[in-house]
Design a protein around this ligand. Sequence first.
Ligand SMILES: C[S@@+](CC[C@H](N)C(=O)[O-])C[C@H]1O[C@@H](n2cnc3c(N)ncnc32)[C@H](O)[C@@H]1O
Length: 253
Amino acid sequence: MHGKHRVDLADKLHKLVNGRAMESATHRVRRWFLSRRSPVPLDPPEIIRTIDRERFEEIRARHGMEDPGEEPPKYLDLPVWIEANLKRIRDLELDLGRRQRVLDIGSGTGYFLYICSLLGHDAVGIDLDEMPMFNEMITLLGVDRRIWRIEAFVPLPDLGRFDVVTAYQICFNGHKSDQLWGVAEWEFFLNDLSTHLTPRGRVWLEFNREFDGTCFSTELERYFESRGAEVTSNRVVFNATLRAPVATARASR
Ligand SMILES: C[S@@+](CC[C@H](N)C(=O)[O-])C[C@H]1O[C@@H](n2cnc3c(N)ncnc32)[C@H](O)[C@@H]1O
């Protein structure tokens, strides 16, 4: 290699390394400025320490089981589920920036709502009240959960507008039944949901696997994408306002 080329290469490498260092420093400064102050450090053991241990152990004594597998008592493994929900918070950057209104559909034990509340967000859940263990955890955590059954072709209750709507491990879509939602049901749901969002409201949906091992059909995946979603594996994310449905968009031309 000629001397000049060696100098060019060294120069490029220097810029690259410094550029990266600068970028990560900028990122760190940005996160520091934007980070939302929680009353406790945002890590699972500290968050768990804020939960009344005695009352939690009573719930665990009533509903826990040795090897829950995929059964709901699995949610009583606090370190696992607080960690999982903290990751959800970070993926949505709810640990950063301004206070937001958050709706969590099918909120289960309420861990996600709880961390949102620690961070000062205004978080509301929707769920059935069929599972005593979920009901007791919701009371223990003191989070805001409304009892409501999501049904195909029925609008959501009016709870105001939300900056973020989430649904994790979705079951309200007729999961593992012969009533599994198709495009028509999702179209109704998303159209209705768009009326509950702030102008730049985001929607984050995570699906369960059906009997055939898939989370949704190819047709449904294309439909979500046609409305502006980013689809990855079991996740469907709308990062800005939901795009008008294809049929409506065509009709309005
Ligand atoms: C698998 S759990 C997931 C809980 C929580 N989202 C999580 O990921 O930890 C599914 C939740 O959806 C709720 N659910 C099921 N069908 C529903 C429906 N039709 N309307 C509202 N909630 C429903 C269940 O009660 C339960 O809390």
